[in-house]
Design a binder for this molecule. Structure first.
Ligand SMILES: Nc1ncnc2c1ncn2[C@@H]1O[C@H](COP(=O)(O)OP(=O)(O)O)[C@@H](O)[C@H]1O
Ligand SMILES: [Mg+2]
Length: 204
């Protein structure tokens, strides 16, 4: 039985997910909450190998191959790490999850978000986050923050990134009960304050 809480951090590259996940973790630890930090893809040893292919393979990757590699990583991640932590009563803070797959592979690659959600439910035993932060940032600011260190997906054309951003906002409209959109064009501290305010409401 699941007793912990599953919180995910979403948004385009450079929106500040990893930065904000770290600050949220500190905030919860100060409140004596038992947490784990993890990432998708690459939250397990096997997942790291899959992540390496997904981010760095330099040949053509068929869209469904990409999708099923993400789902394969997730199946392992859920079973090996996320569910045991939740059953242990921990808060699981995860850098990306199904909303990334729906935004990138569903909207931007055109595979369809609903079909992806169905497939995700199979590999995840229908595990969905209780709370999801989407950090919404302009493409210009995100590009400045990412700089030149781009991986395979970050190197996609501008149009792809615009579709991803729009996909995320559509998801936020579809799932308003769990998704909070945060204006991530502001300073790290201002964004964190918003995150902390939402965390506080679920702690009460
Ligand atoms: N609100 C912010 N304002 C300015 N710089 C930021 C902000 N958030 C993150 N950064 C910086 O931008 C870069 C990308 O942030 P990161 O948290 O790694 O983004 P992501 O994990 O979403 O790709 C890092 O160098 C980070 O320090
Ligand atoms: Mg990151």
């Amino acid at each position: 039985m699941k007793k912990g809480l599953f919180i995910t951090f979403e948004g385009t590259d450079g929106c500040g997910k990893s930065t904000q996940l770290g600050l949220a973790a500190k905030y919860l630890e100060e409140k004596k909450i038992d947490i784990i930090k993890t990432r998708d893809p690459g939250g397990t040893a096997l997942g790291c190998k899959i992540r390496e292919i997904l981010l760095n393979y330099d040949g053509n990757v068929a869209p469904y191959c990409e999708l099923f590699l993400y789902l394969a990583d997730r199946a392992q991640h859920i079973e090996e790490k996320i569910l045991p932590a939740l059953e242990d009563g921990k808060y699981v803070l995860c850098d990306r999850y199904v909303d990334s797959t729906m935004a990138y592979q569903g909207y931007a690659r055109g595979l369809g978000a609903e079909q992806i959600l169905k497939l995700n439910n199979i590999v995840s035993k229908s595990l969905m986050p209780e709370l999801t932060f989407i950090f919404d940032v302009s493409t210009e600011i995100a590009a400045q923050r990412v700089g030149d260190k781009k991986d395979r997906l970050e190197s996609e054309a501008e149009d792809f990134h615009r579709k991803v951003k729009e996909g995320y906002l559509e998801l936020a409209e579809k799932f308003p009960q769990r998704i909070v959109v945060i204006d991530a064009n502001r300073s790290i501290e201002e964004v964190h304050k918003d995150v902390a305010r939402h965390l506080e409401t679920i702690l009460r």
